[in-house]
Design a protein around this ligand. Sequence first.
Ligand SMILES: [Zn+2]
Length: 105
Amino acid sequence: MATAPTVKRKPWHVERVQHQRTKDMRWFYNSRKWRNFSKDYKVRHPWCVDCEREGVVKASKVTDHIKTYEECPEAFDLDRLDDKYFQPQCTSHHNKKSGREAHKK
Ligand SMILES: [Zn+2]
């Protein structure tokens, strides 16, 4: 008796992305390419842009995406990372911005 091919289901692999409010971008931020780019970027842009606007000089700690993945997916192409997609920010300005983005929708 021939057995019908069974499809093995792996419930732990079920994609839950569409049910999540925020996209899981770990694949991007954990990549070596991003880490190297970000490290270089902060060397090229050592000061927080928002602090600069306020007349303050503060070291940049974060390479911030100016636009979100939904607005500008090109900025998340690991082979085409470009300074124009980013701005240097200190942690407090970055947290403020991230908070605003999370509340936008
Ligand atoms: Zn700042």
